[in-house]
Design a protein around this ligand. Sequence first.
Ligand SMILES: [Zn+2]
Ligand SMILES: [Zn+2]
Length: 341
Amino acid sequence: MIAAVYRGPGLMEIEEVKTPEIEDPEDILIRIKCSLICGTDIKTFRRGHHAFIPPVILGHEFAGEVVATGEKVKVCTAGDLVTLPPFLNCGDCYICQRGIFELCPNRTLLSNGSFAEYIKVSQPYAAAGMVKLPPDANLEEAALSEPLACVINAVEDCDICLGDNVLVVGAGPMGLLNVLVSQLKGAGRVIVSEPVAHRREIAEKLGALAVDPTKQDLNEVVREVTEGRGVDALIIAVANTVVAESVLSLARPGGRVMLFGGFPGSSTLTLDPNLIHYKQVALLGSSGFTTRQFKQAAEIIMQKKINIGQMITHRFPLSEIKKAFALAMECEGLKICITCD
Ligand SMILES: [Zn+2]
Ligand SMILES: [Zn+2]
């Protein structure tokens, strides 16, 4: 099959690689139909990633069609449209037993990344994590289940309640998904801080109050909207510590601050410790998701509970993935879909 093989920072080539085959009676072979470029793929391509040691096929947000199954497979048949989480937690380790499944160190992975024509999965994996989609499903939207699951994880940890005022810093795809899920959880006013005009426009369309922090005083806007208190929840969806430091004080006393974006390895964050002591602001982090959250994300998308289609702004065939990565690195558009058909 054809796949995009990552060979180190800045290096990725379309190569002919071995097509995964049904070797075990419980194997399931899936033809990937579409695969989205994630911030993690971009980070890995730019500067490397501890979890993706080259040569490796990147990509983990995808949907496709089951094309072959081993003789003992009962959970699906050829022709089923599906989406899958890129990993499953083990359920048995110290971390899993404490319920923090997204941090399991003993994850099971798929046969390869999704910037490829095929992916193989075992029946136990499919039984635990696979979501079967209706025959008329929009597969591009279904592929958003993974990033949406990450956002559900973060918004759950932020404990957003009915009427809460939320500030989302950064209106990239993940920031915008945080807006949508916060609204679904019943947030009151959602303020978005974003310097890029076309991203602010989308945030406004989603019903958020979009602020250009290079021209407007974000402090002032937050104070106005919240009658001087600060926001109940503050979600930082950028990987910039200077920006993060500048907004920490915008949470209300007892509010929650979520560091949603991953920062480069050597980053340091300076903050006033009394923000945590006297103001009792909870500083939280979130990465990854649980299988339950992945399935909820797919369910919400299929039920059209959120207006998620507009997240996908560009499409490229797999053969042009380098162009797609170049575009993604310019922060043009939102999610870029690699069509693998
Ligand atoms: Zn992702
Ligand atoms: Zn585990």
